[in-house]
Design a protein around this ligand. Structure first.
Ligand code: HEC
Length: 454
């Protein structure tokens, strides 16, 4: 353990990342999709001489600026706080491998935010054509932020053979482009771009739902229907890109998805199955809701309808990202680093020399009893807490309930041996450490699980 552990009771640190990330994705994808929506809509309004549209668009761009510039940026920084605390080793690996990727990304953010402000403040102040050009440059830069982050996100599941071969040589970052343009890069870029357009449509529906259907009926109808159209590309092309994406997932991880899907009929719903079903059902419901509430009755679209559609989008985003995250289990970077920060090439050393040996955060108390207990707790914090809590999410007390010390010992032995046929291999990292450390973990767990302890 080279970093302190972040203990988030009940919820677990993973969910902390999840909550911040889902909100961020909903807004950041709008920052990209809205960037395309704005100049496209402005160009149409200019071409058709629609003054009513121009007037609304100005208000829209303020809404856009505040939502993306304040809430999008804030939750983006929030993700850094959350992943830095929950997964310091993984965060460090991503920073070291993609230093210049991050640098470019932050330059793009700066330009993006600046342009969003310029775009809003120059309405009616500069020639219409120039204003539109600024909108298009914003769109390009904003999509550029996706082009970059997408390489780093997809790397985690498909780091690729070239980069993997460089692991441990100290020259990993020389394989930047192999790592960046990995197998999942293009299909994922397609999927995310489509999601951006859909979210632009959905947020726009929310914005234009506030127009008065009676006094402003014509404007409302045309803008609501125009916004609805931004969902069409997704529903035509998502399945294609999704199939392509699934095809790039490494076979053993894809098996997790297939296991989930094929076991659904047998009644055993795995997490992946549940989330896949939720993702498909919520997406389909969005399509129906947009069709009936927005396309067919555009003047009748109420804020409540639009908010419900936004909520469905939250469900669809959350469940899809959760499937994507789960498919990578038990790794944070597939084949290289486990979710608890242990690197594959460290296992041997940890088993021989000890997991906590040389760790800055291990206890140094000379008191044997205290030391023994603390070793167990540190083992839990370092190796299990990335995915388990004591009593809340994936509660270790419940999962081990009814087991005595011996029985817990045999579970830990299975985790430690990590035999090819062990069912745990699919979702849990191997337990590492010396025999003494593992015994300490066993004893600590036994005390936690014992009925008298709570
Ligand atoms: C990469 C995430 C991850 C890590 C790290 C992890 N686990 Fe798990 N663990 C899981 C998942 C996922 C399940 C399945 C949970 C469920 O069925 O609800 C699970 C289930 C379990 C179970 C129940 C197994 C069964 O047969 O029902 C036990 C016991 C357990 N984990 C112990 C541990 C211990 C001890 C550690 C630390 C040494 C650990 N886990 C680390 C993800 C993880």
């Amino acid at each position: 353990m080279n970093y302190p552990a972040w203990d988030v009771p009940y919820l677990g640190s993973g969910w902390m990342i999840g909550i911040v990330a889902i909100i961020h994705i909903l807004i950041s994808h709008f920052a990209v999709g809205g960037g395309i929506f704005l100049p496209l809509t402005e160009a149409k309004a200019l071409r058709e001489g629609r003054k009513d549209w121009m007037l609304r668009l100005k208000g829209y761009s303020k809404f856009f600026l505040v939502l993306t510039g304040v809430f999008g940026a804030m939750t983006g920084v929030g993700i850094w706080f959350a992943i830095g605390l929950a997964s310091p080793n993984g965060t460090s690996a991503l920073i070291h491998n993609f230093v210049f990727g991050w640098a470019i990304e932050w330059v793009f953010f700066l330009v993006e935010l600046t342009l969003a402000m310029v775009y809003y403040y120059t309405w009616d102040r500069i020639p219409a054509k120039l204003h539109l050009t600024i909108g298009w440059i914003y769109a390009a830069v904003s999509w550029g932020t996706l082009v970059i982050i997408n390489g780093i996100l997809t790397f985690k599941l498909t780091p690729g053979p070239e980069w993997m071969a460089s692991v441990g040589t100290g020259r990993e970052s020389e394989y930047f482009f192999d790592a960046f343009f990995n197998a999942g890069y293009l299909p994922s870029l397609g999927l995310r771009t489509l999601a951006c357009l859909s979210l632009a449509g959905i947020w726009s529906l929310y914005f234009f739902s506030r127009l008065d259907g009676e006094s402003d009926g014509k404007t409302k109808a045309s803008m609501v229907q125009w916004s609805s159209m931004f969902l069409i590309p997704s529903f035509l092309l998502m399945p294609v890109f999704f199939a392509w994406y699934v095809f790039t997932i490494p076979a053993d991880h894809r098996a997790l998805l297939e296991l989930g899907i094929s076991s659904a009929s047998a009644g055993t719903f795995t997490h992946v199955t549940r989330m896949t079903i939720l993702s498909v059902v919520s997406s389909a419901t969005i399509a129906l809701a947009v069709m009936f509430f927005a396309w067919f009755q555009p003047t009748e679209l109420k804020r409540g309808h639009a908010l419900s559609i936004l909520f469905l989008a939250l469900l669809a985003t959350g469940s899809t990202e959760s499937v994507r995250e789960f498919l990578r289990k038990p790794f944070v970077v597939n084949g290289y680093m486990y979710s608890n920060g242990v690197r594959v090439n460290q296992i041997e050393g940890f088993n021989r020399d000890g997991y906590l040996t040389g760790s800055v955060w291990s206890p140094v108390s000379p008191d044997a009893a205290f030391h023994h207990k603390s070793v167990g707790e540190r083992m839990f914090q370092g190796q299990c807490m990335a995915c388990h809590t004591l009593d809340g999410y994936r509660p270790i007390r419940k999962l081990l309930a009814g087991r005595d010390t011996t029985s817990i010992g045999s579970v830990l032995k299975m985790l430690h041996d990590n035999a090819p046929e062990s069912p745990y291999r699919k979702f849990m990292p191997p337990l590492v450490g010396t025999e003494e450390e593992i015994r300490a973990l066993r004893d600590w767990l036994a005390v936690q699980v014992a009925p008298a302890s709570h």
